[in-house]
Design a protein around this ligand. Sequence first.
Ligand code: TYC
Length: 136
Amino acid sequence: MRTASCFLPDKSALPPCASALRCAGDDDTRGAGRDNGGDDQVGIATKTRAKPKKPSQFKVLMLNDDYTPMEFVVMVLKRFFHMDLEQATRVMLHVHQRGVGVCGIFPYEIAETKVNQVMDFARQNQHPLQCTLEKA
Ligand code: TYC
């Protein structure tokens, strides 16, 4: 005679996500897209994050040096950070007097792109202007 236990899968004999008993709470996609023998619950991620994380922000910082012309720094701030002349002049003078200043705060990939654009543009014009990023 068969006992009830015969109908329960032996979890130790199955790969971690192949057991339907685990799948409701599994927070991964292992096995997704594979043929699972017609059991469509297996391997499908079922959990959504309760609190979605907003992407962390990064400050783009401009550094002072003794050689880059003030007009060039103002042009950079207008071109890559969309500042008007007044804003750009204020930020440039702040950097000139204090050594460092914030050009803007962006998600990582945008901040990194801005840093690269500024550094490339400075290099093309043979100015030693330095720009970097820092977690906000
Ligand atoms: N210190 C530079 C000068 O006197 C001007 C300058 C300002 C350079 C800001 C870089 O990020 C900078 N010509």
